[in-house]
Ligand binder design. Structure first.
Ligand code: 2AM
Length: 223
């Protein structure tokens, strides 16, 4: 019998970064925000973040951290979300529950709503990825359904006041749709961590020169 047939269905399944690595990722993210904040190119587009107002924005204050760092695979909403029960009962989900993985963070992105890290999933990790995760976002992000499986995978690093973390994956998809349409963004700067590009409307993407590899445990969250 599957583990989750006997337990209530969680709020979500995902890969949870190990505590020590969480600190490192948070530091990297803070350093990036700090640097971004000082760039002339960012200042030029600052009104994106201030609701059109010409005022200074402190990005480190602007985003609020959201609990444990993790990469959601399936949002289940305690069984209320579409496909939640099916996911929780999948043999592969039960087999791999509690196993260790290594996630590859390949980009950091910032929008006026969220800051997050893109996760590039391996073949072995994609078996845990719901087939409809990108399609589900199509209404919010037109074009998302045609992106590769796993495109939505991310770690939410922070959200602006009043923004829910579900937005982070949608913000990532928006940037990826633009890329798929052939927009490479406006190359802004070669930074120590990688290449920074601007995609308009306050959307910034830092493609990491070296992916950040983080150990993570596949598990579930109940709140
Ligand atoms: P996140 O994956 O960007 O962090 C619990 O709310 C977790 O499930 C959060 O980590 C959140 O965002 C994610 N989440 C919330 N609602 C969601 C939804 N409708 N679709 C996908 N993920 C969702």
């Amino acid at each position: 019998k599957g583990l989750h047939e006997e337990m209530s269905i969680p709020l979500y399944f995902g890969w949870f970064l190990l505590p020590t690595i969480q600190e490192k990722v948070r530091c990297t993210s803070m350093d990036f925000l700090k640097t971004l904040d000082t760039l002339e190119a960012f200042k030029k587009h600052m009104t994106d973040f201030a609701g059109g107002a010409e005022k200074e924005v402190d990005l480190e204050q602007y985003f609020k951290a959201k609990g444990n760092l993790h990469c959601t695979t399936k949002f289940c909403d305690y069984g209320r979300a579409q496909g939640a029960k099916e996911y929780a009962e999948k043999p592969v989900v039960n087999e791999l529950y509690g196993s260790a993985f290594e996630l590859s963070l390949t980009a950091l992105f910032v929008t006026p709503r969220t800051v997050g890290a893109r996760v590039s999933l391996s073949e072995e990790q994609l078996v845990l990825w719901p087939a409809d995760a990108e399609k589900e976002a199509e209404a919010a992000v037109p074009g998302a359904a045609s992106l590769a499986l796993g495109s939505r995978a991310h770690v939410t690093l922070g959200c602006a006041e009043g923004v829910q973390p579900v937005q982070t994956g949608l913000d990532l998809l928006e940037i990826l749709v633009l890329q798929q349409e052939g927009q490479q963004g406006e190359l802004v700067e070669e930074m120590e961590l990688g290449t920074l590009a601007y995609y308009g409307k306050g959307r910034w993407l830092l493609s990491l020169r070296e992916p950040i590899c983080v150990p993570a445990c596949f598990s579930s969250g109940y709140r």
